[in-house]
Design a protein around this ligand. Structure first.
Ligand code: CP
Length: 332
């Protein structure tokens, strides 16, 4: 598995966009024009605005079959994709990888070929290897859309979009905002996607904060300012995004101890005072309380962490409905 922060390779725009510039697949934020990102957020808002539970089931994916392929554990992403598909009236299958033929050595490509033979319309894939979603988009039938639900340490684009929706709900406009992303930047697919999204949407300043061992060299090229001191980095920011220490992706010990990390980089109520008084606190989850964030902050009045989770359904409904609409146009 690659532990490089950089992309598994340049993605030709034609792989994820149609000739008309619509979403065919949703693999990475990189290369998606700002108007299209805004269109996803606007569409998600429409799903949020549906007033009653009775009316919220839309027929946009009726007759379509979506397969959730989660080769890595998930609570939020898998469940919200499932709910999103159900609310769009799709048939949704959750392939249990542990009991599937993958456990007997079947390759990803063979699994895909067999699912294609069942006439599916969309794959939602999470995989421990960077580039898995791109691979699938390249080799699956042209009538199927692929959505990346997180690949290795490369990309988690739907997470970034639900984060952008949450920021827009609380802060309205991106250009005046200072946003700090704190923690294990090196191993974070979420951070990478958030940085692309924030810069595409013209956020005023994007900062990354963390120890030298957890910030990849050359990350400034992505359009961020680097800080190694938490208080300095949080000074006057509007949005604080905390990240989990991804021990499962660390090949060697990159930190003295979780306790030492918490002392220097854990978000406590005291540390949060360095940010603007109305700053919002975000975390993609799962959160390690007492490692990167104090419970008082995670559950406090500035936390919008549960709103992020709720927004995951509308954002995923928006993206799924957009890729299916563009497929219909392509093949009509
Ligand atoms: N944020 C996120 O990807 O959470 P899960 O691992 O629970 O899906």
């Amino acid at each position: 598995m690659s532990h490089q922060f950089l992309s598994p390779g340049p993605l030709p725009a034609s792989l994820q966009l149609t000739p008309e510039g619509q979403l065919k697949h949703f693999l990475t934020i990189e290369g998606i024009p700002p108007l299209l990102l805004e269109a996803i957020l606007d569409r998600a808002e429409q799903f949020i605005d549906i007033p009653s539970k009775k009316q919220r089931k839309a027929p946009l994916l009726r007759g379509k079959t979506v397969v959730n392929l989660f080769f890595e554990n998930s609570t939020r992403t898998r469940t919200t994709f499932e709910l999103a598909a159900q609310r769009l009236s799709a048939d949704i299958i959750n392939l249990d990888i542990r009991t599937s033929a993958t456990a007997k050595g079947e390759s990803l490509l063979d699994t895909i070929r067999n699912l294609e033979a069942m006439d599916v319309d969309m794959f939602v894939i999470r995989h421990q290897h960077s580039g898995a979603a791109h691979f699938l988009a390249r080799y699956c039938s042209p009538e199927i859309s692929v959505i990346n639900a997180g690949d290795g340490n490369h990309s988690h684009p739907t997470q970034a979009m639900l984060d952008m929706l949450t920021i827009r709900q609380y802060k309205k406009e991106f250009p005046p905002l200072k946003v700090a992303i704190v923690g294990d930047i090196r191993h974070s697919r979420v951070a990478r996607s958030q940085i692309h999204a924030l810069n595409t949407l013209c956020a005023g300043e994007v900062r990354v904060i963390g120890p030298r061992t957890l910030i990849p060299a050359g990350i400034e090229k992505m359009g961020v300012n680097v800080f190694h001191d938490l208080d300095e980095g949080l000074d006057d920011v509007d949005v604080v995004i905390m990240l989990r220490l991804q021990n499962e992706r660390m090949e060697t010990a990159l930190l003295p101890s979780a306790h030492e990390y918490y002392k220097r980089y854990g978000l406590t109520q005291d540390a949060l005072k360095c940010a603007k008084s109305d700053a919002i606190v975000m975390h993609p989850g799962p959160a390690n309380r007492g490692v990167e964030i104090d419970s008082e902050v995670a559950d406090g009045s500035q936390s919008v962490i549960m709103q992020q989770v709720t927004n995951g359904i509308a954002v995923r409904m928006a993206i799924m409905s957009m890729v299916i609409a563009s497929q219909a146009e392509l093949h009509s």
